[in-house]
Ligand binder design. Structure first.
Ligand code: NAG
Ligand code: NAG
Ligand code: NAG
Ligand code: NAG
Length: 423
C-alpha cells in the first residue's frame, strides 16, 4: 500500500510538472508558417489597414511596391488625374501585392524596408505603421537590435512580412493568399463568408484545431485567382491575379484582369502603355486581347491574340484558333472603383473581399478604364487546376487554445494529489 501511494504521488507530481511546463512554454500563434525549400517566389497579398491618411504613393513606398500595382490590385481606377497623389483615408483596408520568397526554409516577404523617424519605436512601427503585420519582436530579431529603446532616426530596418504560397492553389484551384490580421470583432465564420470560402477551408489552410481566433492573429486566406502559364524565363512568370482585380505587367504595357464570370486571365494593352514593344500577334492583324468569332456549321471559330509573358523586354504574343460549341459573349471586366476618400463604418471592422466597392457609400463605381472592346477572353491558362496539393500541411501555426483544458487538468491533478497525500 505504502509503495503504491508513493508511486501514485510521484506520477501525479510528474504529470503536474509536465502540465506546468506545457503551459509556460506554450507560445500563442501569430501567423501561418509555410515551410519551403526552393528559391522561387510567388505573388501574395497583405491585408493592410491604413493607420493615417496617406497618399497612394506613400502607401506604395511603405511597402516598396509600384503605386500602379497597388491601385490595380484594389481595382481602383488608375485613369483619375494625378491618382498617385490621391490621399487615401485612415482606416481604409487595402490589399498590398507583394512577392513572397523563401527565407531560411520559411515563406516570408523580406523586400520591405523602413527608414525610422525620430518618434518611432519598434512597437509603433509594428503595430501602427505596418498594422500588426509584423511584431516588435520580429523587427528586433530581423535587424539584430540589442537595445530596442535606442532607435536612431534614419535607421534602415528590414520589415519581415507574413506570406504564403501553397503552390498557388487551394483545393487544386488557382489561388493567391492574403495575410490577414485578425481584428477584435472578427469571427472565423464571418471571415470565411466575407472571402467566399468555408470554415473548413480556412481551418485546413491555417492548420487550426478549432475556430477560435485572437485579435492580432494572422490568417492566410485563399482568394481564387487567374493563373498564367508564362515560361520560366519570362520576368512575369507565375503571375497570379486575384478574382475581381487587375495587374499591370510588361513594364506597364500590359494589363491583365481576372473575373468576374470566369477565372481565365485576360490581358490587353494597358491604358497607360507608352513606348512598348509590339503587341500585335504575328501573321495577323489582331492586337493583344483581340478575339474574332465566326459562326460556322460545326460551331464557333474563335481566333484570339493572347499574352504569353515578358521576355527580355519583348511582349510575347500567341495567336490561337479554336472551334467552340458556342460563340463567347463580350469580355467582362471586374468593376473599377474611384480612389476612395472616406471609409464606410462597416468597412472599418469588416473589410469586404473587394473592400473598396462594398459598403462605402461615398464611392461611386465608375465605368472601366479598360477600353470597352468586343473581345472575349483569349487566354486559356494551360496550367489549370493542379492535383495532389496539400494545402492543409501548412505547418506550425495553430490557434488551438490548450489553456482551459490544461487548467482543468491541473485542478483535477491537484485534487487527486491531495487525496493521495491524505490516504
Ligand atoms: C469572382 O468574383 C465575382 C464577383 O465578385 C463573383 O461573383 C465570383 O463568384 C467570383 N468567382 C469565384 C470563382 O470566386
Ligand atoms: C483590338 O485591341 C485593341 C487594343 O485593345 C482595340 O483598340 C481594338 O478595338 C481591338 N480590335 C478589335 C477588332 O477588337
Ligand atoms: C535574353 O537576352 C540575353 C542577352 O541579351 C540572351 O542571352 C538570352 O538568351 C535571352 N533570353 C531569352 C529567353 O530570349
Ligand atoms: C505545384 O504546381 C505545379 C504546377 O504549377 C505542379 O506541377 C506541382 O506538382 C505542384 N506541386 C505540389 C506539391 O502540388
Amino acid at each position: 500500500m505504502r509503495i503504491q501511494k508513493s508511486v501514485l504521488q510521484s506520477i501525479s507530481l510528474l504529470v503536474l510538472l509536465l502540465v506546468l511546463i506545457i503551459n509556460i512554454t506554450h507560445v500563442s500563434c501569430k501567423s501561418t508558417i509555410e515551410p519551403c525549400s526552393n528559391a522561387d517566389s510567388c505573388n501574395a497579398l497583405l491585408g493592410y489597414t491604413l493607420y493615417t491618411d496617406l497618399k497612394v504613393s506613400e502607401v506604395a513606398s511603405l511597402f516598396q511596391i509600384d503605386p500602379i500595382a497597388l491601385l490595380t490590385a484594389n481595382a481602383i481606377d488608375i485613369s483619375y488625374p494625378d491618382v498617385e497623389h490621391h490621399i487615401l483615408p485612415s482606416r481604409l483596408f487595402l490589399k498590398i501585392p507583394i512577392s513572397c520568397s523563401c527565407v531560411d526554409g520559411i515563406r516570408k516577404s523580406v523586400s520591405t524596408h523602413y527608414k525610422t523617424r525620430p518618434s518611432d519605436t519598434l512597437s509603433s512601427i509594428a503595430d501602427s505603421i505596418y498594422g500588426g503585420l509584423v511584431s516588435a519582436d520580429q523587427l528586433r530579431e530581423a535587424n539584430s537590435i540589442t537595445d530596442p529603446s535606442v532607435l536612431d532616426a534614419g535607421q534602415n530596418l528590414v520589415v519581415p512580412l507574413p506570406c504564403t504560397c501553397f503552390n498557388g492553389t487551394d483545393n487544386s484551384l488557382p489561388a493567391i493568399y492574403l495575410s490577414y490580421v485578425v481584428k477584435p470583432i472578427d469571427t472565423l465564420a464571418a471571415i470565411a463568408a466575407r472571402y467566399f470560402t468555408t470554415l473548413t477551408d480556412l481551418m485546413n489552410v491555417n492548420a487550426m484545431g478549432s475556430t477560435a481566433i485572437n485579435d492580432g492573429d494572422i490568417l492566410a486566406i485563399p482568394i481564387p485567382a487567374c493563373a498564367s502559364d508564362f515560361p520560366k524565363y519570362a520576368s512575369d512568370h507565375g503571375l497570379l491575379v486575384p478574382n475581381g482585380s487587375y495587374a499591370i505587367t510588361a513594364g506597364h504595357c500590359v494589363q491583365c484582369s481576372c473575373g468576374p464570370q470566369n477565372l481565365n486571365l485576360y490581358c490587353m494593352p494597358a491604358s497607360l502603355a507608352v513606348s512598348c514593344s509590339s503587341m500585335q500577334c504575328k501573321r495577323s492583324n489582331l492586337m493583344l486581347g483581340n478575339v474574332t468569332v465566326k459562326q460556322g456549321g460545326g460551331g464557333c471559330n474563335v481566333n484570339s491574340c493572347s499574352y504569353g509573358g515578358f521576355v527580355n523586354g519583348t511582349i510575347i504574343t500567341a495567336l490561337s484558333a479554336s472551334l467552340q460549341p458556342r460563340c463567347p459573349g463580350p469580355q467582362q471586366f471586374p468593376p473599377l472603383v474611384a480612389p476612395p476618400t472616406s471609409v464606410a463604418r462597416d468597412s472599418i471592422f469588416a473589410p469586404a473581399p473587394s473592400p473598396l466597392s462594398d459598403g462605402a457609400g461615398s464611392l461611386s463605381p465608375r465605368s472601366s478604364v479598360v477600353p470597352g472592346t468586343r473581345s472575349i477572353p483569349g487566354f486559356q491558362p494551360a496550367n489549370g487546376p493542379m492535383s495532389g496539393l496539400t494545402s492543409g500541411a501548412s505547418g506550425a501555426c495553430s490557434s488551438v487554445k490548450p489553456l482551459p483544458i490544461l487548467t482543468s487538468a491541473l485542478v483535477f491533478l491537484l485534487v487527486k494529489f491531495m487525496i493521495s497525500l491524505a490516504l
